[in-house]
Design a binder for this molecule. Sequence first.
Ligand code: FMN
Length: 215
Amino acid sequence: MNIAELVRSRHTCKAYDAQRPLSEEQLAQLQEILRYSPSSVNSQPWHFFLVTSEAGKDKLVPALTEHNMEKVRSAPLTVVIATKTELDDDHLQALLAQEDLDGRFGGNEEAKKGADGARRYYVGLNSTSAQKQQEWMARQAYIALGFLLMGAATLDLDATPIEGFFPEKLDAALGLTELGLKSVVVASVGYGSEQDFNAALPKSRLPAEQVLTRL
Ligand SMILES: Cc1cc2nc3c(=O)[nH]c(=O)nc-3n(C[C@H](O)[C@H](O)[C@H](O)COP(=O)(O)O)c2cc1C
């Protein structure tokens, strides 16, 4: 696979073919892309909602800006990427327990303690205020968004990153506050329809010399 070609050919899909669902295999692969996204100190401060049903879309669509509504209505999958309202001690302990279970410490208690201490240090650096911690977690969510967009492209699927929504409305619609979560960013995935005008438009990016410097 030629990555340079892939990034030039992928585009933001503006209209989906509602008659082309995703297979369970495609959904499973997209789920793994999200779950295996990297995050600072493996913090995984997120939860991903995969909206595929009409009932799910009924909740989601009214929380979008008008120009995103039809896309999400016709896309077979829309992912809401949410982060925790607070990265608390329970979560830090759960991360450590999972890493232990996954064999990251090879039964070495010192290594486990060290990993916990290092993580808590970096979480602390990024948690000097509740807002700073929120912003830090949101940055991790955007890494998952990037993974999802590239992952969709490698599966020959179209995708739309979506910031055009009202977070408070979306949080209320999905009951996120009660779950200790906040919506950060949204993305649809599926197959573009003939109305996807962006598919035929040329890509536009600033020149390489303006955005890249080799030192
Ligand atoms: C974080 C983010 C949020 C975006 N939000 C929207 C959106 O709400 N609706 C939409 O149609 N496009 C949205 N876009 C698409 C951008 O306009 C698009 O990525 C950009 O113009 C570059 O075009 P390309 O993705 O086709 O290469 C968003 C893109 C990003 C990365």
